[in-house]
Design a protein around this ligand. Structure first.
Ligand code: FAD
Length: 308
């Protein structure tokens, strides 16, 4: 068995693996997709001491840094079940989609989060046929075309600014009467000539011709009027969902939003099981925060190991 098994290979998981491996204990990292959300990110300008980097570059650097140590990296492994130790001091077990099972004295859960869906008719049907969630992955597919971005938070406004440089026209649709994004982003967005902003609008349907998206229907909330936009792409940017579905029948306490509840050392409600990053209740989901949290959870796990 491992001393520390990290599940998830984003910034939190990579930091946890490095901190654990540096203690000379048996460390493993299993991840569905090493790099995590960073892989879907283009410009990163708030990774402290690095004024500018790009997601794929940072993701590669994370993996390279982990590989400096004797940590066992298991990529493309999706955890489907967690079986906590029957008694304290026993091994916890994680089951993977591949059928593999791994045992460890402590666990660090860092499975991150993913974009929220609108759940309107047509969204699922036209996913990857015009409906997208990752502007950095799919933006170039809409070169010169008309797209909408749903959501006026930081991610929606960033996406709209990014897309405006690639596509022909962007319509940003925000449910509330104002955008929640940072003022500097809103200012930038409003300065762009090929962007329209529609506030107080509820998306009701993704329209298509059977093979691809060709429009979007929304309700003007104030008037109740239904309107339609002709376009080829819809980028959904309405928030993050923690990747904790695989934990629902474990005894790990989750918050009402499905996030793993942790204490100040990153320990969950089950002794010896820690968690870090976007998957937890930690406020503000960011790379530097996820890395700090991953490091903290690994030190917490080490502390736990030397006491048990
Ligand atoms: P994640 O990065 O989500 O990593 C989760 C890991 O767990 C992945 O390896 C995933 O494959 C794995 N995983 C998930 N489920 C399972 C499972 N069941 N079994 C096994 N493995 C699993 N932050 C910034 O600080 N600056 C930015 O500029 C910035 N821009 C962003 C832009 C975009 C488009 C996105 C999506 C995010 C951005 N963020 C930014 C947020 C930042 O990427 C996240 O806060 C950070 O990646 C969280 O790290 P994490 O390790 O907690 O989770």
């Amino acid at each position: 068995p491992f001393d520390v098994l990290v599940v998830g290979g984003g910034p939190a998981g990579a930091a946890a693996a490095i901190y654990a491996a540096r203690k000379g204990i048996r460390t493993g990292v299993a991840a569905e997709r090493f790099g995590g959300q960073v892989l879907d990110t283009m410009a990163i300008e708030n990774f402290i001491s690095v004024p500018y980097t790009e997601g794929p570059k940072l993701a590669a650097a994370l993996e390279e840094h982990v590989k400096e140590y004797e940590a066992d990296i298991m990529n493309l492994q999706r955890a489907v079940k967690l079986i906590p130790a029957a008694d304290q001091g026993g091994d916890h077990e994680v089951e993977f989609e591949s059928g593999a099972r791994l045992k460890s004295k402590t666990l660090i859960l860092s499975t991150g989060a993913r974009w929220r869906e609108m759940n309107v008719p047509g969204e699922a049907e036209y996913r990857n046929k015009g409906v997208a969630y990752c502007p950095h992955c799919d933006g170039p597919l809409f070169k010169g075309k008309r797209v909408a971005v749903i959501g006026g938070g930081n991610s929606g406004v960033e996406a709209a600014i990014d897309l405006a440089g690639i596509v022909g026209h962007v319509t940003l649709i925000e449910f509330m009467d104002e955008m929640r994004a940072d003022a500097v982003l809103q200012k930038k967005l409003r300065s762009l000539p090929n962007v329209e902003i529609i506030l107080g609008a509820r998306t009701t349907e993704v329209n298509g011709d059977g093979t691809r998206v060709n429009g979007l229907t929304f309700e003007e909330r104030a008037s109740g009027e239904i309107k339609r936009l002709d376009l080829e792409g819809i980028f959904v940017q309405i928030g993050l969902v923690p990747n904790t579905e695989w934990l629902t029948d474990s005894s790990i306490e989750l918050s009402p939003r499905g996030e793993i509840v942790i204490d100040e050392r990153g320990m969950t409600s089950v002794p010896g099981i820690f968690a870090a990053g976007d998957v937890t209740t930690v406020p503000y989901k960011q790379i530097v925060i996820a890395m700090g949290e991953g490091s903290k959870a690994a030190l917490g796990a080490f502390d736990y190991l030397i006491r048990h």
